[in-house]
Design a protein around this ligand. Sequence first.
Ligand code: FAD
Ligand code: ZN
Length: 470
Amino acid sequence: MNTLLDTLRRSVGENHVLVEGPGRELDAYLQDWRRRWRGRALAVVRPGSTAEVAAVVRACAKAGVSIVPQGGNTGLVGGGVPDASGTQVLLSLQRLHRVRGIDAANLAITAEAGCVLQAVQEAAAGAGLLFPLSLAAEGSCTLGGNLATNAGGTQVLRWGNSRELCLGLEVVTAQGEVWEGLTGLRKDNTGYDLRDLFVGSEGTLGIITAATMKLAPMPAATMTALAACESLAGCVELLNLARARLGSGLTGFEVMGRFALDLVARHFPQLPRPLPSAPWTVLLEHSDTESEQSARGRFETLLGAALEAGTVKDAVVAESLAQSQALWHLRESIPLAQSEEGLNIKHDISLPVSAIPEYVARTDALLTQRFPGARLVNFGHLGDGNLHYNLQCPEGGDAKRFLAEHEHEVNRIVFDALVPFGGSFSAEHGIGALKRDELAARKSPVALALMRKVKAAFDPKGVLNPGRVL
Ligand code: FAD
Ligand code: ZN
């Protein structure tokens, strides 16, 4: 292995091959964001260019050493940290962080994989344009990680997932070759779509080193509102009313259950809560191409109609950017409040929006019957049919013990209940290590066999992120 380390040092520079040792903490690379997985690595390697990434892959492939690619290490399914063997190389893309160019007339930006999402948004804004991918981890997650996980976030109902925003990719293959697939073309039917195979492959098919992404005109005004509903069916009704009235101006539609917001109030009492507690609270965002006045007018008309129809019981429109941010902050604080409350069982499910009220009613009943006192923390991207349908142990209970004893059964109840509605057990966070067995058990044998053939074709020696996804 010393010869491999020497080759890696020659390829990327002595300072960019890190090995664990006294005084050398590599937790930032080896432990995941949720602190659920902590691995060990033969070395953490930080190449600074596509050519260096390719050299690292060639050296590792030759030595029979597997590679775990990593961006911002904010993934939630344990796909970006090495296993416990200490034999894998952790390849960090963080030094590939250049914005290579913006083609404003073609509404496209080309940036390297290690660019932090927020930096891509800022580069686009600097050119007067919008890069619409947005999620709570945007200050640390990277463009490469977003594409590798096909990340969703809060703007999906208007702009789609990372996949829909991606025009082209540059990828280092498992053989250490470079696929130059960077293109700004919106139409290109020249054979199989390699780009779409790499997007969402979670580091198992190739290493994304750069991407060309779609941009959009910057809206003239963006406005946020909260609305209180008595039922989830009411929230779905509001969604359809908002779609009809605002059309493509509806850029965000998040739902928050009462207990989710109660947890925020308990752990972050300093955060303002502009509406009284309600069974369901919706956060709506409207982006207007005309002006702030027009945005406010359309929002007020929509909410007025919803109040009149009884769909909504109460509503408030943010008066300023600061108030808008405070409303988003409320929504984004739910996962943190949950962590403060203690260990919990997280789900990231999707369903046809029309099926959500019935799914939740049925599954709430199954769970509370089986686990009396269990607390359901339900929130998420309702506009995309995506819920973070989480479960906290009964008040005052031993969360660690509850998880150890019941996590498996809770997952089974939640995932089985999706089947009659055609739902998915992983909407936006991916499979990684966490849901690998679930994929094997729940995906059709035909789909699994095709996936295994794709993996074998791209990475026959299993160099890239083995044991993840499949
Ligand atoms: P990492 O965590 O480093 O890696 C994730 C996976 O991609 C790993 O399997 C890794 O091997 C692989 N990978 C990373 N970079 C590359 C590359 N260049 N080439 C090939 N493979 C690579 N996700 C959503 O979809 N929507 C949300 O709203 C959302 N909100 C979040 C909020 C918080 C607070 C946090 C912590 C996470 C959230 N996530 C969300 C999870 C989401 O998957 C990540 O935030 C993000 O997409 C991962 O980017 P990353 O750079 O951190 O990737
Ligand atoms: Zn989410």
